[in-house]
Design a protein around this ligand. Structure first.
Ligand SMILES: Cc1cc2nc3c(=O)[nH]c(=O)nc-3n(C[C@H](O)[C@H](O)[C@H](O)COP(=O)(O)OP(=O)(O)OC[C@H]3O[C@@H](n4cnc5c(N)ncnc54)[C@H](O)[C@@H]3O)c2cc1C
Length: 377
């Protein structure tokens, strides 16, 4: 097996392959620990997927846990909750390195810090820049939003009309200087802003659909200033994220795409770590079954079946995003949240992963639609 990309999706896929007894080469152009621009927010949902693959053995010192969350609409507080389901905040540099270390400890072959010169998606082979050739009967593309594997399959890594973009800055404040997580639902168009407390600082960011946020940098600067942060004194970085931009289908032939390479990011919350781990696991399990039957060409069909519930969940979220973020409805939605602790709770349960979009049945959507149309809370 070849897995390209050693973020959460790739480490999950590679470790799952090893557990099934397969030989796996895990290639990443970076040496770890490596930085990855990310809020590092881990929901209960993501934690469940992590535990399923890596076991509940991740060092607790990787996480800052918070149960306090403030919902904002600009400078207006629309909700403050003190006992939310737990959210864990991590620094991706350390977190990703810990996941990868577990994969290596299980016997995954380490090709980190190695660059790929060419990828043949028809034969499942990768030629590294030093001339070494790796061949897999199945290949898993876990190489993130700018996936070279997706480009080799479909000619492009993402749809520029739907892709998201986010900016972030890290502040060196002790965690108790910003003890609660904060979400600002109006910081960006079709997106939001966040302040996530970490063990040794705070991550501030805003992000949304790239095409609707051409002015994201000046918006972010103004948002920082409103929080008393001088934009000139922090390092601002940007990165795409495929919120609401899934690949249909996530793979071709003997190549399966997982995580950001497949576009598995929640279009409302931008959450992608949990889906990366889950899709990596599902792809590896599908490949293991297909290879055990000596039918590598069956891996994709098995993966598509297994990953369909993830795709359904993300398409429900895409539907709801049109309500939460549509400019004609957003003000009413924010008023509803502000006026109803029940809706606040529901929204937070969704964000924290205590409930899924599937748990909001048609009756919930109908009720929400009625309230938005009538303006009644
Ligand atoms: C600003 C921002 C904030 C975010 N906040 C959150 C959050 O709070 N919570 C959350 O759940 N999600 C968040 N996300 C989304 C989350 O970061 C991604 O969904 C997640 O990292 C996806 O994991 P992955 O393994 O698929 O890809 P990645 O983590 O991007 O890993 C891909 C790996 O592939 C490697 N690679 C790329 N190209 C090649 C190549 N040619 N050859 C070899 N290796 C290659 C890279 O070096 C990298 O290590 C955020 C994203 C952004 C941009």
């Amino acid at each position: 097996m070849i897995v390209v990309g050693a973020g959460p999706a790739g480490s999950s896929a590679a470790l799952t392959c090893r557990k099934a007894g397969l030989a796996v080469a895990l290639i990443d152009k970076a040496r770890f620990p490596r930085g990855k621009l990310c809020g590092g927010g881990i929901t209960g949902r993501a934690r469940g997927h992590l535990d399923a693959v890596f076991g509940p053995v991740l060092d607790p010192r990787l996480f800052h846990e918070t149960r306090r969350l403030r919902l904002m609409a600009g400078d207006r507080e629309i909700g403050a909750l003190e006992d939310t389901p737990p959210l864990w905040m991590t620094m991706r540099q350390d977190f990703d390195a810990a996941l990868l270390a577990q994969a290596h400890a299980a016997g995954v072959e380490d090709y980190s810090g190695r660059r790929i010169a060419s990828l043949d998606v028809e034969t499942g082979s990768a030629v590294l820049t030093d001339g070494q050739v790796l061949r897999g009967r199945v290949m898993i593309g876990a190489d993130g939003v700018n996936s070279g594997t997706a480009r080799a399959l479909f000619g492009r890594a993402y749809d520029p009309r739907r892709i998201g973009f986010a900016l972030e800055a890290e502040l060196d404040a002790p965690a108790d200087a910003a003890p609660r997580a904060e979400l600002d639902l109006t910081a960006a168009r079709w997106g939001y802003g966040w302040a996530f407390p970490k063990l040794h600082g705070v991550t501030l960011g805003i992000g949304g659909q790239a095409g609707r946020n051409r002015d994201l940098r000046p918006r972010f600067d103004a948002w920082l200033v409103a929080r008393g942060v001088d934009p000139a004194r922090v390092v601002v970085k940007g990165h795409h994220l495929p919120m609401g931009d899934p690949r249909p289908p996530p793979g071709r032939g003997i190549v399966l795409l997982v995580g950001d390479a497949a576009g598995f990011v929640d279009p409302i919350t931008g959450e992608g770590i949990g889906w990366a781990v889950r899709s990596g696991q599902l792809a590896a399990e599908a490949a293991a079954v297909a290879l055990a039957a000596a039918q590598p060409e069956q891996a994709l069909a098995r993966y598509l079946d297994a990953v369909a519930p993830v795709q359904r969940e993300l398409s429900r979220a895409r539907f709801l995003a049109r309500v939460v973020y549509h400019p004609l409805l957003q003000q009413r939605f924010l008023n509803l949240i502000a006026g109803s602790p029940r809706i606040q709770r529901r929204f937070l349960d969704l964000m924290a992963g205590t409930i899924d979009y599937a748990d909001l049945g048609p009756a919930h959507f109908a009720r929400l639609g009625w309230r938005l149309v009538t303006g009644r809370g």
